[in-house]
Design a protein around this ligand. Structure first.
Ligand code: PMV
Length: 313
């Protein structure tokens, strides 16, 4: 039996979302984390997690707190949340999502693994419960995540997300085309979030209005997405990027990639995710995709790909 979960990008509102502002994220279906449940031969017992891409095979012991391996921790947290003992299977994990680049690889692996472990344990998981479990695992790694990553990845739909509010899926009225490009710098989300927290505490009068602006941008973007006014989104994305840069969460490289994509015809562009590295996104007219990809490549971006957000039916 096979389970999977997509990658994601944040279109608007990262960082501000940690402070209660709205944000918008969409799934990226072309990249996925996969978990396959394989039965053991008759003599074998217990849960084995196999990280095929990393060439690692881990027997999971629910009481063994000493193994501080990310996968072992994930499997133990999932088993604890499901309140179940390890099933007698191998869960084989693979992923095409680049790690530590703001595309949600951790939340996607956890989602796929939790689905597989629940299935093997005979537990029925509602999306709400799965979302809570993945959020618990995210907290273990990221401290104070807003919950946007797990939500968009578990529900596999565009979401308009506000912390501690009911989940709102977002109805998108026109297809949109995005170019996603990696700065090649690792993206230290946890460190960037805590640096911004320190800055917020030190200079609330400066930081709060920027967060408020980003919230207003996400709100306006939601209206344009729902009414299909795609051209209006570009300038909002670029403004969002400048606000993020003003808060110190961009990098020279991300700024260069944003500038390069705009110079080669993108409607708008911004960093996506934690920042200081990782990925940026550019909104393009479909006919301009190749030119913008070329512009980004010349500016030094790596792992560039095109993705589409399809109109909601
Ligand atoms: O770096 P990512 O893709 O995990 O995105 C982090 C988004 C933040 O708003 C910076 C943090 C959060 O928990 O929402």
């Amino acid at each position: 039996m096979h389970f999977s979960a997509p990658a994601k990008v944040i279109l608007f509102g990262e960082h501000a979302v940690v402070y209660g502002k709205p944000a918008i994220a969409v799934p990226v279906f072309s990249l996925r984390a996969n978990a396959e449940v394989r039965p053991h031969p008759p003599h074998q017992r217990g849960l084995i997690v196999e990280a095929a891409d990393l060439n690692r095979v881990l027997p999971i012991n629910i009481d063994d707190d000493l193994v501080d391996d990310a996968l072992a921790v994930t499997a133990r947290l999932v088993l604890a949340a499901l309140n179940t003992t390890p099933p007698d299977v191998t869960v084989r994990l693979t992923s095409t999502i680049p790690i530590a680049s703001g595309l949600g690889s951790g939340a996607a692996i956890t989602t796929a693994a939790a689905r597989a472990i629940a299935y093997a344990s005979g537990v029925t998981l509602t999306p709400e419960r799965l979302n809570e479990i993945v959020y618990e695992v995210e907290k273990h790694y990221h401290g104070t995540p807003s919950g946007i990553d797990n939500t968009v990845i578990v529900y596999e739909q565009p979401v308009y997300f506000r912390r501690n509010h009911p989940i709102e899926s977002l109805s998108v009225a026109s297809d949109i085309t995005l170019i996603v490009a990696d700065s090649g710098q690792p993206s230290p989300t946890k460190a960037v979030v805590s640096d911004l927290r320190r800055r917020f505490q030190a200079e609330p009068d400066i930081v709060q209005p920027v967060l408020d602006h980003m919230g207003a941008i996400a709100e306006a973007a939601r209206q344009h997405l729902m009414s299909g006014q795609i051209h209006e989104l570009g300038p909002l994305m670029t403004r969002n990027h400048h606000h993020l840069a003003a808060l110190g969460v961009s990098s020279a490289r991300l700024d260069q990639l944003v500038t390069a994509s705009l110079a080669s015809g993108a409607l708008g562009a911004k960093l996506s995710g934690g920042g200081r590295g990782g990925n940026m996104i550019a909104l393009v007219q479909p006919g301009k995709a190749a030119t913008v990809i070329e512009g980004l490549r010349s500016a030094g971006a790596v792992n560039i790909f095109k993705t589409e957000v399809k109109r909601s039916c």
